[in-house]
Each structure stands twice: as structure tokens, then as C-alpha cells.
Write a new protein. Sequence first.
Length: 286
Amino acid sequence: MKSRDHYVLMLQCPDVRGVVAAVAGYLSESEATIVDASQFSDPDGDTFYMRVVFRADGEMVPLSDLERGFAPIAERFTMRWSIYDMHVKPRLLLAVSKIPHCLSDLLSRWRSGLLPVEIAGVVSNHDDMRSFVEWHGLPYYHLPVTRETKAEQEAQFAGLVDDLNVDLVVLARYMQVLSPVLCEKFNGKCINIHHSFLPSFKGAGPYTQAHERGVKLIGATAHYVTTDLDEGPIIEQDVERVSHAHTPADLVLVGRDVESVVLARAVKWHVERRIVLNGNKTIVFR
């Protein structure tokens, strides 16, 4: 049985006894086999989180039947929950400006089958990536933007998300700050990537600043987009060690490599239904 034929149940509820037993009992009565199960009890919020991967033994069961049968259990334990049919691939809209490394990495993973998604297209405020994207057989939406046209451009962006039935927007080095209105619309459905240095360097030439300060670690952070710039719930982070021998150009290359890997992990975990938003944090079942 391939993983895409599985279902995933994600839930969170008050941390009380009997939740695991109730879930396992329901799946057993439904003639389903649990393939994987993970849970986390958060003592700070007195909240229980659970992710269960299961398959139906025999014919595929309609998702609506599973949801209808599970609803009484969810009501009993005051759950926030969803069941996902992993046969259905999420639809992604990728956004990029001029720097291609994250976009290239995601498209490579998609074409090779490592990223189980449908890509609805690529949107950009520049036309630089058009030939590359169209070579992959994907539509390219050029939405140029200026300070005066930002509201109109974002309305077009939001319209694309609706018209294309997009489940997740991925900012693959899209160098525009989204307005609060767009952030709210994309709440929990938009992932961004940015560099993260110790210490932090902002503004122009961050890698040059890092080189001048002798930074020894270069990293990247993938997070959900919120109205707080680059401060949304963190999904994944990683670092690479560098030394005094690295030039600013070397640091850029190292940084871009880390960014690509971290963003790909975050997107994969999202589409595999491994992430639960918990206020300004995330629970990630890996």
C-alpha cells in the first residue's frame, strides 16, 4: 500500500484520559489499520496533540464517511480535528522575485516525485524566471508591483489563489513584504524562507555584514507568514558552519543551499500533514 493511499488524522484537544483509546477503537471498528501514530502532551497549555496515519483494509473508504463516523468522538473530547485523504495532492502556488535557488530546488523535487503536490503555477513581480518556469510546463503569472500599485497587485495575487484553488502559497525568495490584509488571507497557508544569522544582520548586504563580523554559523528559517514580518510560527531551521576563509560570495552560496533545504523540508511537512499551529509556535510530527 503506497503512502498516498493512506489517510491522516490530525487532532488537538484538552489533555484527558481516553483519547488514544477512543481513536484506536474507532479505527479498529472501521476496519482500518494504523500505520503510524505520534502524540504530544503539552503541559503548558494542558493540550494533547495527535497525528495518526491509517489505511482502510479493502476498498477505499469515502472521506465523508470517515468524518461522519469520527464526529461523535471529536465532540466528546472537544477536539479540533481534520482527516486528510493523502491520495489528494495539495495545490501549491510558488512566488519568486529574481533569485532562483529555492524555486529551482522545489521544482526539481516536484519533478522527481519527492514532493507529492500539484503546482498550480509560479507568480512573480519580475519576468526573469518566465522561461525557466515555462520550460517546466507551468504557467507563469507576472504581477509587477510598485508602491503605488501594491494594493491592486495584491488583489490580483489573492485572486489567483482563489481561482486556482490553491492550498498553500510558498514564498520561494519572493522579495515583497505582504500587506496585513494578504497575511490574514493566507493565515496558516503561506510559508516563507529567510536567512538567520547569529547575530542578526538586516538591511542591505547581510552576508557582507556577517563576513565583517566573523560569523561562524549561517542558517535559514522557514515559517508561516503573519503580519509580524519574519516572526511567524517557525516550522524548520538549520545551520552550516563557516570560517574566516569564506568570502562574502562563499557565504551567499552556503546560505542559499541552507535556505533551499530548509524550505523544502517545511513544505514537505506541511503537505504531509505533520504540522499543527499552536499560537505563535508549531507542533511538528517528524
